[in-house]
Design a protein around this ligand. Sequence first.
Ligand SMILES: [Zn+2]
Length: 232
Amino acid sequence: MKSALYLFLLATLVAIPSPSQSADVFKYTPITHATFVLQAGATTIYVDPVGDAAAFSGFPPPDLILITHIHKDHLAPELIGALRREGTALIGPATVIEQLPAGAVMNNGDNLEIAGLKIEAIPAYNTTPERLNFHPQGRDNGYVLEKEGVRLYISGDTEDIPEMRALKNIDIAFVCMNLPFTMTVEQAASAVNAFKPKTVIPYHYRGKEGMSDLDTFAQLVSTAAVERLKWY
Ligand SMILES: [Zn+2]
């Protein structure tokens, strides 16, 4: 009797989700720079789709196209027109949606639930005086997506703002780092060490000043696993 109970308890323990479960809830495939495909169960999300439509031909059509801001490495209205199907939800800040024939506006702080996916729009902006014109505060979004308790953050184009540093319980974080448009690897690592995602994925790391040094970034990150994907 006792051993049966023990076996039952052991089975219960074994069934406790392990951290690798995150990877099962969200599957992600880089396309380029800031563009990627996220699959959350049966839901397919294209994030900031730009470039050639052929790059998306191996994926299901999008249930959701999520756009962070108006710059052309993030927003391509013609491509969105080619990729979207009847029923595809388009989500972005007001300055994005006004350039599209349809879509749902999410501005900083807004929340939405779609297909079992919770979405929160997180601010994304520059703070360094000479970079303020790139991404002024209040215009652009990052996002936190949550499904089955797993939380995935997409930074958008931003510096290491307080709103990023204060994020809670992030399993997977896509964090930008390029100059002069967003932030240094030191800023990015400092933010990551503050909000402590389980896994951080550097993206959007090519800038006018070349590729950011991901080795330095990885050395500076002390609180998260760094996962490198092939963006370029
Ligand atoms: Zn960008």
